[in-house]
Design a protein around this ligand. Structure first.
Ligand SMILES: Nc1ncnc2c1ncn2[C@@H]1O[C@H](COP(=O)(O)OP(=O)(O)OP(=O)(O)O)[C@@H](O)[C@H]1O
Ligand code: SF4
Ligand SMILES: [Mg+2]
Length: 321
């Protein structure tokens, strides 16, 4: 599979606006690739930087540093016009909160019109209707119960599926799905995951599947990236990461999932440390919680290191000093 997206040393630091304020390194030197037709899950507890990574890739926010290459082209160098023509046509996203994605004053159909007007202006009204109905049916919705309705007349799960239908309408090369199935009941969720898998098989669409649910990540993805406090701690073939977890954080996460068919909910997040302390700037970010921490862990940040083929880990227990 050839490369579609490459993220290099991506960093986003949010700063509070006040004197004496602090920095939040939401994404801190993150590098990974997504190949054509690959489903990559980005997994981590709340606040680990998953959504920020997705928003950076979509250029909804500017990175502090780093590069984002799509089919070899640096999207940070693209003008608005180029982005629209060469990037957003190919890269679609579905976000966590479906209510925020719809204008409450307009019927649902308007959300589809925007896509057609922007990217498929030559499609006739009749064809549009046919494509919308087909897309809705694909995600398990009955067009008669959806079209012409206003957002408040539909459930969160229905809205989420409409957003997925809309994103897939353009047959994008990359779909960024950020907790995109969180509002669906268990069986619909599996149907939608299967739809994403079918879509990939049929059209070669790559997916960045952002989730805090390890079981969903396991179910859907070829590659898994585990994030902790803005950094990648482990990544690689999903089977390897799940069946041979190497990083103490991944091991801890997986121990709390007794059965991969059961939804994982992370419990026991320690309170956020003041950013700017020694832990956030140097050393391993997991050191304060890690039962295996050594002296070096507090001093030097571990680099990602390929321990076996397609399996990387950032931990001083493997390679390094
Ligand atoms: N606009 C912003 N201004 C300041 N801090 C922000 C902003 N957006 C995100 N952050 C901070 O960046 C960190 C990463 O947030 P992010 O939303 O990327 O996490 P997440 O992994 O998506 O979490 P969740 O699972 O809760 O969605 C958090 O500490 C968050 O508070
Ligand atoms: S680098 Fe050290 S502190 Fe970090 S996970 Fe590995 S052993 Fe634990
Ligand atoms: Mg998020």
């Amino acid at each position: 599979m050839s490369e579609l997206l490459r993220v290099e040393h991506l960093t986003k630091i949010f700063t509070s606006g006040f004197i004496g304020g602090f920095e939040i390194r939401a994404v801190d030197d993150v590098s990974f690739t997504i190949r054509k037709g690959e489903i990559v899950s980005l997994v981590g507890e709340s606040g680990s930087g998953k959504t920020t990574t997705g928003k950076l890739i979509l250029r909804l926010i500017q990175p502090t540093s780093g590069r984002i290459l799509f089919e070899g082209k640096d999207i940070l160098q693209m003008s608005k016009n180029e982005l629209k023509k060469n990037y957003y046509r190919q890269v679609q996203a579905v976000f966590q909160d479906p209510f925020a994605s719809f204008n409450p004053l307009h019927p649902i159909d308007r959300a589809f019109d925007l896509i057609f007007d922007s990217y498929l202006p030559d499609v006739s009204k009749g064809e549009r209707d046919e494509m919308i109905d087909k897309a809705l049916i694909q995600v398990g919705l009955n067009p008669d119960q959806i079209r012409g309705k206003f957002p408040h007349q539909l459930s969160g799960g229905q809205l989420q599926r409409i957003l997925i239908a809309r994103a897939l309408l353009l047959k994008p090369k990359l779909l960024i799905a950020d907790e995109a199935v969180s509002m669906l009941d268990a069986s619909t969720r599996i149907d939608v995951l299967n739809l994403l898998g079918d879509f990939r098989d049929k059209y070669g669409t790559s997916v960045l599947f952002v989730t805090h649910d390890l079981a969903l990540g396991y179910y859907i993805s070829d590659t898994t990236i585990i994030m902790y406090r803005g950094t990648i701690v482990e990544m690689g073939d999903t089977e390897k990461v799940f069946h041979n977890p190497l990083h103490p954080y991944t091991q801890m996460l997986l121990e709390s999932v007794p059965d991969l068919n059961v939804k994982w909910e992370f419990k026991g997040i320690e309170p956020e440390k003041e950013e700017g302390t020694v832990y956030s700037l140097q050393g391993c970010r997991y050191a304060p919680r890690c039962p295996k921490a050594k002296e070096i862990c507090f001093r030097t940040r571990p680099e990602l290191h390929e321990v076996e083929k397609n399996h990387w880990v950032a931990c001083h227990l493997y390679g390094g000093e």
